[in-house]
Design a protein around this ligand. Structure first.
Ligand SMILES: Cc1cc2nc3c(=O)[nH]c(=O)nc-3n(C[C@H](O)[C@H](O)[C@H](O)COP(=O)(O)OP(=O)(O)OC[C@H]3O[C@@H](n4cnc5c(N)ncnc54)[C@H](O)[C@@H]3O)c2cc1C
Length: 339
């Protein structure tokens, strides 16, 4: 365990934005983390950023503080009951490796969350979700280390206050805790969620006769690989914006002029609108300015074609927000963490 100075973060964020961290350190055990946080740096005024896979972050400038890269490893079954298996994974495990482990062992519940980049420890931060399933559907508890009190605390489902791409860790406890591990409550008997997106169509193409968690995972991997740019090839952080939730009256006003509006009711009074549809309607799909652009296949994804700065990508996101606001009176919110 070593504290480095003026370290480039280019290989630690999937936008591949080249910024420097004033200090940078990795920890792969709880003892190392305790040792690090007892360092003199933590007694002075400083900013701390916990980094997993850097797949939901946009750095707009150098980071004037210490970046802690979480490399805690380990996956284990901690409890079983008649219907469930409780799997505990350390925060530095890759999320998709955990999905593969569960599929291999026939533990059902996270197959729809296949191929989401990043680490287990970041999954609760925004309550990751895809194809009709969110982390909260299988979440049991997590343990987190308080950076200032130096205590380990346990959070259950209620404590985390999960919402759509939201949790307490993005709000009142922002930057206060380091998530150490997450325990999921998985099902022995799978409950298949195939109605969402193009899953059923893909299963048909795959000529699947019988649903299993393995072939649902494979269908989702196929769909995602065909739609989303691979961050190893083109820098991106997945969906840059959240799908906005609007009143049924606002949605009706849009529908009056655009019968093709993509939306669905979330309750009697509110609709979720497709941010991708709004962005495309404003003409941004495939837009490129220098190396910052809006993906030609999925306009919700902003991309770095090579040497865009974080500020350039941020500025593009601001232009998109303003044009959607002007055209539809809807304010898009960024999903990606801006640093
Ligand atoms: C191609 C692509 C597709 C994607 N698809 C999806 C999708 O379908 N659904 C979805 O929800 N997301 C998606 N994402 C976004 C991203 O993968 C997830 O948000 C993921 O959980 C981020 O993990 P990470 O380890 O990379 O987090 P980072 O980017 O490293 O961190 C994200 C935030 O979490 C904090 N954090 C990270 N680890 C910890 C920890 N141990 N303790 C405390 N705070 C921590 C960071 O400080 C930061 O604020 C996608 C991204 C890409 C590039």
């Amino acid at each position: 365990m070593e504290i480095q100075h003026n370290t480039s973060l280019k290989k630690y964020n999937t936008f591949a934005v080249d910024v420097l961290a004033k200090q940078f350190a990795k920890f792969s055990s709880f003892n190392e983390l305790e040792e690090l946080t007892s360092h003199a740096i933590f007694n002075t005024q400083h900013s701390t950023l916990i980094l997993g896979g850097g797949s939901n972050i946009l750095f707009t400038k150098n980071f004037d503080g210490i970046v802690l890269k979480n490399e805690l490893k380990g996956i284990e079954v901690v409890k079983k009951d008649a219907e469930h298996i409780y799997v505990k994974a350390a925060a530095g495990e890759l999320w998709h490796d955990l999905v593969l482990y569960c599929i291999e062992n026939n533990y059902a519940g996270i197959e729809n969350l296949s191929l989401i980049p990043g680490c287990v420890g970041a999954a609760p931060i925004q309550n990751i979700g895809a194809y009709g399933v969110e982390l909260k559907n299988v979440f049991y508890e997590l343990q987190a280390y308080h950076l200032h009190d130096k205590t380990v605390q346990t959070f259950n489902l209620t404590d985390c206050n999960f919402g759509y791409r939201e949790s307490v860790f993005k709000n009142q406890f922002k930057n206060q805790f380091i998530i150490l591990n997450v325990t999921l409550k998985l099902n022995k008997q799978p409950i298949f969620h195939t109605q969402y997106g193009a899953i059923e169509k893909e299963l048909e193409i795959m000529q699947v006769k019988e649903f299993t968690i393995k072939n649902i995972s494979q269908a989702i991997i196929n769909i995602r690989s065909s739609k989303l740019p691979n961050p190893k090839v083109i820098g991106n952080a997945g969906s840059f914006f959240k799908n906005p939730i609007v009143s049924k009256f606002r949605r009706y006003t849009i529908w009056e002029y655009h019968k093709d509006v993509v939306s669905y009711a979330i309750d009697a009074m509110n609709f979720k609108l497709s941010a991708a549809w709004l962005i495309e309607k404003c003409g941004w799909k495939g837009y490129r300015n220098g190396d910052a652009g809006c993906n030609p296949l999925q306009p919700l994804v902003l991309v770095n074609y090579g040497n865009a700065t974080g500020q350039e990508i941020y500025d593009l996101s601001e232009q998109i927000i303003q044009s959607v606001k002007k055209e539809f009176a809807v304010v898009l919110e960024r999903e990606v963490n801006i640093i």
